[in-house]
Design a protein around this ligand. Sequence first.
Ligand code: AMP
Length: 300
Amino acid sequence: MSLLVVGSVAIDSVKTPFGERKEVLGGSATFFSISASAFTKVMLVGVVGKDFPKKYIRTLQNKGVDLKGLEVGQGKTFRWKGKYEYDLNTAHTIYTKLNVFQNFSPRIPAEYKKAEYLFLANIDPRLQLLVLKNMKRPRLVACDTMNFWITSSPQALKKVLKEVDIFILNDSEIRLFAQESNLITAARYVFTLGPKIVIIKRGDSGALLLTKNGGCFSAPAYLMDSVKDPTGAGDSFAGGFMGYVSSRNDLSESGFRKAVIYGTIMASFCVQDFGPNRLLSLKSKDIAERLANYKKHVQF
Ligand code: AMP
C-alpha cells in the first residue's frame, strides 16, 4: 500500500557526549522515509533550499524514496542544531532555522493524493493541515510533533489532531501538550481531540501503545551497549511502524503491536551511529537478526 510522508528535510548539526557532526543529512521526513523504505516504497513531500547537497538527494533516491514531492525553494535548507547530555533521551535545541519552510506551501503531486497511508512528520502543523486538506482521506493518518510546535502553534496542532488516527510523540511532549504528568491520563486527553491511538516514545525506556478503548501495550527498547546519537530515533520508529503497517495493510490492534516492535528495532539501528548512517547500510537480514534477539529479551 502506498505511504506518503510530509515533514522536514534538513541539514543538522549535532553534539552528543560521544562526538559531534556538522551539516549532516537530517530532518523528520528524511529519517522516516529511510527507515520505512526497509518495508515499502515511500513518497515524500517537503522542501529544501538550493544549497541542499546533491549527494543527499542521491542518498534518498538510493533507498527508493519517491522525491517528486520534494521542492527546491528559493533560500536555504531548514537547519537544526541540537545537543544531548549523558541522558540521551532529551534533545536540547540550540537553534531552529526554518529558512525555506517559512514560505512553503506543499504541492501534492496528483498520484500522491490517493495514498492510503499518510504520516505527518514533525513540521509546522499548518503545513500538516494543508497536506491533509489536499488529499483524499487516507486509510490511516498518523502524526508526530515536538515541543517547538506544541508551544508555538497549539491551536493548529489541535485542528490537525481532529483528522488524525494515531498520534505518535514522546513522553515529555505529551506531558507538555496535555499539561499532565501521568502518561495514561495525558493520552485520555488526546483521545478527546480525535486520535483513537496514542503511541508514546520513551527513549531507552521503550514505547507505549494506548488505545481509546482501553487497550495498552508496552514494548521495551532494544538493549544496546553503545548509543552514539539519538537524533532521528523517533522518526525512524515512526518509519518502521508505518512502513510495517502499510506493507501488511493490517489495522488490527495486534498488527499495530507488531508494528511497534518493528519501530523499536528501526530506532535501535538509528541511534547506533550519527545521522542516518547506520540505517543507510542496513540489510533485511540485520532486521531479522535483531528481531530474533529482541524476542529472546522479552520472553518469560
Ligand atoms: P527526532 O526523531 O525527534 O530525533 O527528530 C530529529 C529530526 O527532527 C532532526 O533531523 C531535525 O532536523 C528535525 N527537527 C528538529 N526540529 C524540528 C522542527 N521544529 N520542525 C521540523 N523538524 C525538526
